[in-house]
Design a protein around this ligand. Structure first.
Ligand code: F6P
Length: 342
């Protein structure tokens, strides 16, 4: 078979490890040929791809980003978009099937294309770790490690100045990065999209921590909605899928805390630093195993399915069972962390 690979949506560390392992296993074991579409669905819609022989993917597993590029293009939009056009492009180039590596937006588009008859297999990726059908996605471990390191650094400068430090991390719908990095760094408050908390309550935790002689450290996910507010803070318009671009809650929170506590407060947005650079060993291994599973899945013609981690096993799940609900932080996981606040 001749198979097209694409990476779409926000990038994350480990994408290159997936590409490498699909091509290695698919070429060595099954004699498939591979092409890589440039810039996610945009390349699919425009028929813009490169050949991916083994030699092209050697040694890339440790590199961040994606050698194919990515975008937030919607494959159903534009004059060349939609399943008929995409199938025609595949036929014209002798491409039998696609492997889409992406998060909820990308995989939902893959599901629609599969329903329209395109041979499709998925590989889940997101630093947010919000896909319900897999225990972990690669990229998450790297993001948590980067955030934890940043929090440790904020802590020492906060201690030197006796300041309260607020760190804003990514997490559009779910607070996994905030929860794990905050717990690892011993944050005095962790604020996540799943849990409404009042500024008053956060100020109490901050004052408690200061009262014990600590420099308060607060971690807030970009999607956090403070009690009394309608939705997450956004002032940068919408992305290609019509979702608000988030970011900025950390600064608002810092101002509210300084007002309420009288403690000098600084905020830092970690932003895309969490998505950049080399993947951790854990993410490289998970990404490699997902890639191998994807090569097996196309060979077995498991169309409309995606790779998934269950415990320590890699399995395949139908898009229809995998998508549609997010893996949010459960109440008991938040309660567990909350015990350590203040
Ligand atoms: O979906 C992953 C994510 O990193 C979110 O946490 C964040 O809201 C979004 O991507 C940022 O997207 P962009 O790279 O388009 O700014």
């Amino acid at each position: 078979m001749r198979i097209g690979i694409l990476t779409s949506g926000g990038d994350c560390p480990g994408l290159n490890a997936v590409i490498r392992s699909i091509v290695f296993r698919g070429t060595r074991l099954y004699d498939h040929e591979f092409v890589g579409f440039r810039n996610g669905w945009r390349g699919v819609v425009e028929g813009d791809f490169i050949e991916l022989p083994l030699v092209r993917v050697r040694g890339i597993g440790k590199h961040g980003g994606t050698i194919l590029g990515t975008s937030r293009t919607n494959p159903f939009e534009g004059p060349q978009g939609g399943p008929e056009n995409i199938q025609a492009m595949m036929d014209a180039n002798g491409i039998d099937a696609l492997i889409a590596i992406g998060g909820e937006g990308t995989l939902a588009a893959a599901q629609r294309l599969h329903r329209a008859g395109i041979r499709m297999v998925g590989v889940p990726k997101t630093i947010d770790n919000d896909l319900d059908s897999t225990d972990y996605t690669f990229g998450f471990d790297t993001a948590v490690q980067i955030a934890t390191d940043a929090l440790d650094r904020l802590r020492t400068t906060g201690e030197s100045h006796g300041r309260c430090m607020v760190a804003e991390v990514m997490g559009r719908h779910v607070g996994w990065i905030a929860l794990h990095s905050g717990m690892a760094a011993g944050a005095h408050a962790i604020l996540i999209p799943e849990k409404r908390v009042s500024y008053e309550q956060v100020a109490t935790w901050v004052l408690d921590a200061q009262g014990r002689g600590r420099a308060p450290l607060v971690v807030v996910a970009e999607g956090f909605v403070p009690e009394g507010e309608e939705s997450a803070h956004s002032h940068r318009g919408l992305d290609a899928f019509g979702r608000p671009r988030l970011g900025g809650i950390g600064e608002i929170l810092a101002h509210e805390l300084e007002e309420r506590t009288g403690i000098e407060t600084r905020s830092t947005v970690l932003g895309h630093i969490q998505r950049g650079g080399t993947p951790t060993g854990y993410d490289r291994v998970l990404a490699t195993r997902f890639g191998m599973a994807a090569a097996d899945m196309v060979t077995r013609k498991q169309w409309g399915q995606m790779a998934s981690l269950r415990g320590t096993d890699i399995t395949a799940v139908d898009f229809d069972n995998a998508l549609g609900s997010l893996k949010t932080v459960p109440e008991d996981r938040y309660r567990e962390a909350e015990m350590l606040f203040g």
